[in-house]
Design a protein around this ligand. Structure first.
Ligand SMILES: Cc1ncc(COP(=O)(O)O)c(C=O)c1O
Length: 476
């Protein structure tokens, strides 16, 4: 069979063999690139850009899989970031569990789409089952629903849209049909001053603008200050504004701090607001021994869960859960070509009606495979290791005169700085990057800070001790 005829999977044995060869080559490329603990080659951006610019791209005559392999082996893969490295800890960006990488292969091979039952029969039923299991895990009852999304941002934005629509519906206004009401400038969304910027994006996309987002001050532990929040929302309500949503954060991006859902639920109820929990980061801790730290998330009307953070699944994997299944009606529309109403009457579930996406990946498969492979005890060990490592790192530097570390960790990240000022910290991060050690940088109280986001369960106390020693050299 000519290689031109080998395009997509088929029952033909030659095709199957070509598939096996390419997948095996890919596995060899990946494994061959893992030589030591470094996270990155250290190449500078100009040099890498030039190497990439020189690659042949769309040749007139295809070069075949063998033609592409050398560039992968020599240029691209060696300069990719190795998320599994013990020297990688800057972001909420995790290595992937091994079984979930195999899951990705299955997802890609079948290329199911979640929009309609006939594009993914098992995929649809598995997502429905996964959402139902997640709802139970987070304390919701049978009336809950949810949908997989491309990430925490999409989950948060979807929640804001759906809860805004619901709020206005209660006031007799149908946003889906009529757009924004005349007095839309009175709508207000409340969130912590250190919450994720997806709430600002949501407000922009909802046509409300950034000005509709009220940033609530945080307390000494980087959680929404409850008394100040109550006062601000009360004043806004009494002055005739329309507060419609409090978006709490269960694991802030830098500190992993956790807002008090119970207290914020009470405030929301006093003034008729909905409550969203952005647990993109913290959701993983539901399977840890530290679960109590999250508070009762089922008090929220919706919850964002990211599986590509603490749960260690490949990008992308996120879900939005809603307490009341009607909430997702915000995204329901019917098209004659795709999701006919009569299908649903006959038991064919078309999930497109719950999502802002149409074509959508079968990410629920990764959750199923990892959950069943690891079980509660396997995941507990993973989460406990991440949180325990953060506590260990914090305890090592808290009293070390080379460092400052302003806030004790709740989850698995620690914000700290080398004593010596902003430049010392900026330079330290850049120098480590060139050595293949990738750590985070942020700002706290107007000071440049460094950050470890410890998601990798393979990280040991010895690795952490070695990093501390390396960092200390920067001020010696
Ligand atoms: C607290 C929080 N929420 C939401 C997000 C956005 O998630 P994603 O990157 O999956 O869109 C992040 C990203 O780091 C985050 O830290």
């Amino acid at each position: 069979m000519k290689s031109d005829n080998i395009t997509v999977l088929s029952p033909n044995e030659n095709v199957k063999e070509a598939f096996r060869t390419e997948i095996n080559d890919a596995v060899d490329l990946i494994l061959g690139s893992i030589k030591d603990e470094s996270a990155f080659s250290g190449i500078n951006p100009y040099e890498l850009r030039e190497k990439i610019r020189q690659l042949s791209f769309l040749p007139e005559k295809g070069e075949g899989w063998e033609g592409v392999l050398p560039s992968l082996r020599e240029t691209i893969i060696p300069n990719m970031l190795r998320t599994w490295s013990s020297s990688y800890m800057p972001h909420l960006h995790s290595p992937a569990l091994i079984e979930s990488i195999a899951a990705e292969l299955i997802i890609a091979a079948f290329n199911s789409s979640m929009d309609s039952w006939d594009q993914g029969p098992a995929a649809t039923e598995m997502e429905v089952r996964t959402i139902s299991e997640l709802a139970t895990l987070f304390g919701y009852n049978d009336n809950a629903d949810g949908v997989f999304t491309s990430g925490g941002s999409q989950s948060n934005i979807s929640a804001c849209i759906a809860l805004r629509d619901k709020y206005l519906q209660k006031r007799g206004w149908d946003v889906k049909k009529n757009g924004l009401p005349e007095d839309f400038r009175k709508l207000r969304l409340y969130t912590s001053e250190i919450s994720h910027f997806s709430f600002d994006k949501a407000s922009h996309m909802m046509g409300l603008g950034y000005d509709a987002v009220v940033k609530l001050p945080v307390d000494g532990k980087q959680r929404i200050d409850i008394e100040k929040a109550r006062e601000i929302i009360k004043q806004d309500y009494e002055s005739g504004l329309h507060p419609f949503l409090i978006a709490t954060t269960i694991g802030t991006t830098d500190f992993g701090s956790i807002d008090n859902v119970k207290a914020l639920r009470e405030i929301a109820d006093s003034y008729g607001l909905y409550l969203h929990a952005d647990a993109a980061y913290g959701s993983g801790a539901i399977l840890s021994s530290y679960k109590e730290r999250l508070g009762n998330l089922s008090l929220a009307d919706s919850i964002t869960i990211d599986f590509h953070k603490m749960f260690l699944l490949p990008i992308s994997a996120s879900a939005l859960l809603v307490k009341d299944r009607g909430t997702l009606d915000a995204f329901q529309l019917h098209a004659a070509y795709l999701n006919r109403e009569e299908d649903e009457e006959d038991g064919y579930i078309n999930l497109v009606g719950k999502s802002m996406q149409t074509t959508r990946r079968f990410d629920a498969l990764k959750v199923y495979i990892a959950f069943r492979t690891r079980g509660r005890d396997g995941y507990r060990a993973i989460m406990d290791k991440a949180i325990g490592n953060a506590e260990y790192f914090y305890s090592r530097i808290r009293d070390d005169e080379a460092f400052t570390a302003p806030i004790a960790p709740e989850l698995s990240s620690v914000v700290f700085a080398l004593k010596g000022g902003d430049d010392v910290n900026r330079k330290a991060r850049r120098k480590l990057l060139a050595e293949g050690i990738v750590i985070g940088q942020t700002v706290f109280d107007d000071n440049v800070m460094l950050k470890f986001t410890l998601l990798n369960p393979a990280l040991t106390k010895e690795h952490i001790d070695t990093l501390i020693k390396r960092l200390e050299q920067e001020i010696k």
